[in-house]
Design a protein around this ligand. Structure first.
Ligand code: IFM
Length: 417
């Protein structure tokens, strides 16, 4: 084995969003979505987004300058497989170059196979609701697993619950369906199967690598504590958004099935936990979800910081029985005091969880630079580094330097280096 077990050290790093809609003349379903009017705020188009594709070395160097040891990014399916059964070897070579550059800077690459975007030709065939697309998925994963080297940390799917809830329930992501519960359930079943297939394909080719799924936990609370219906609905949302995935990993059972799928149960080596916020459920408004109550502090995306929710999430996913890596946590803001306070409060919750004996192996901030924030467009600013979208120039924010010092004193578990 060329590289040591990455879960044996404290993983401290950043994630980036490597998605582009226009690469190699390949169109993914977000490009298609942009064509639909009023779906992305202000009519923003991702275009080349942060141009990570060409400027990756700059971003990797910045992570190194900030004292980190891990760099998380994702692959774009449509770049690698632009048409059914056609492999773009130049795209593969380019991704290998990114991975090798991360290694040259002595950072641990963490690579995600699927982060929200589908090739347009898959989306046109029904995307995740069409079970036949799983054959195309297996083809893609075989190509990756058989070709990309020097990766010890893989994520199969980023936030399956988010991409499907936004696509089939809120309608804010492609394909833009609202309250399509049958679509939601079908797509959740298929995307979880896709995870299971990917886990086993990767393990077959790269048995020493560690493979996780990246799961967002959001807490749902009744808007009015005394409302029976809102309590009931909060439980329903929690089941749909959080529990379906946790149950699949713990028992192999998919929604609407009592029979477990044998290859799903326990199909992770670590649990990638993304955590940002909580939501309120209320029945008086259409849409059911309120992100905040009046007078609560909110971020640029209207979310309420709820740091203790991170420790509660760590407790909740412990049942899956695998080490936990915080694969995303971050805040969209233009105020560096807010960013610093948000990060500090969440790091303290992680430290507490570690002291209480929870097996957390890393913390990854979202994200190294500002990013194209999906339906929210370019306005939210998550980056430790500002992007000037006119020139694509990178300008580190002061929180990055504060964080470098803060992490020197982070109380990570004593049994890892
Ligand atoms: O930008 C997203 C990311 O793509 C997935 N997790 C949440 C982030 C912030 O909203």
């Amino acid at each position: 084995m060329k590289y040591s077990d990455p879960l044996g050290k404290w993983l401290w790093g950043v994630a980036t969003s490597a998605h582009q809609s226009e690469g190699n003349n390949v169109r993914n379903d977000w490009y298609h979505f942009e064509m639909l009017p009023r779906r992305i705020k202000r009519g923003d188009k991702s275009g080349k987004a942060t141009d990570f594709w060409n400027r990756f070395e700059e971003d990797i160097r910045l992570a190194k300058d900030f004292g980190m040891n891990t760099f998380r990014f994702s692959l774009e399916w449509s770049r690698i497989i632009p048409k059914p059964d056609v492999v773009d070897n130049s795209a593969l070579a380019h991704y290998q170059k990114i991975i090798d550059t991360i290694r040259e800077y002595k950072l641990e690459p963490m690579v995600t196979l699927h982060h929200f975007t589908l090739p347009k030709w898959i989306a046109n065939e029904g995307g995740w609701v069409n079970k036949r697309n799983l054959d195309h998925w297996k083809f893609y994963v075989n190509v990756i697993a058989g070709n990309l080297e020097n990766v010890m940390l893989w994520n199969t799917i980023n936030e399956p619950n988010v991409v499907i809830a936004m696509g089939y329930f809120t309608g804010m992501f492609p394909p833009g369906n609202s309250f399509d519960v049958p679509g939601y359930v079908k797509a959740m079943r298929n995307i979880l199967l896709a995870h299971g297939f990917a886990y086993h394909i990767l393990k077959k080719y790269q048995p020493h690598s560690k493979i996780g799924i990246v799961k967002n936990i959001t807490w749902f609370y009744p808007y009015r504590r005394w409302s029976f219906t809102e309590n009931l609905l909060a439980g329903f949302f929690d089941y749909m958004f959080n529990e379906i995935t946790l149950r699949a990993l713990k028992t192999g059972k998919l929604p609407l099935s009592l029979q477990p799928v044998s290859f799903l149960k326990g199909s992770i080596d670590f649990f990638g936990l993304n955590y940002y916020t909580k939501s309120y459920v209320r029945i008086v408004e259409p849409g059911f979800i309120a992100m905040a109550k009046p007078h609560e502090f909110t971020t640029q995306m209207g979310q309420v910081p709820y740091p203790e929710g991170l420790r509660l999430a760590i407790k909740r996913v412990r049942d899956v029985g695998k080490p936990i890596v915080i694969t995303e946590n971050g805040v969209p803001t233009l105020d560096e005091n807010v960013r610093k306070a948000y990060i500090e409060a969440h790091l303290r919750e992680v430290e507490k969880a570690i002291q209480e004996g929870y097996d957390v192996r890393g913390y990854i901030y979202w994200s190294i630079t500002d990013n194209f924030e999906w339906a929210e467009g370019f306005e939210p600013r998550f980056g430790l580094v500002e992007i000037d979208y006119a020139t694509l120039e990178r300008k580190p924010r002061k929180t990055a330097f504060w964080l470098k010092e803060r992490m020197k004193n982070f109380r990570y578990p004593r049994n890892i280096s």
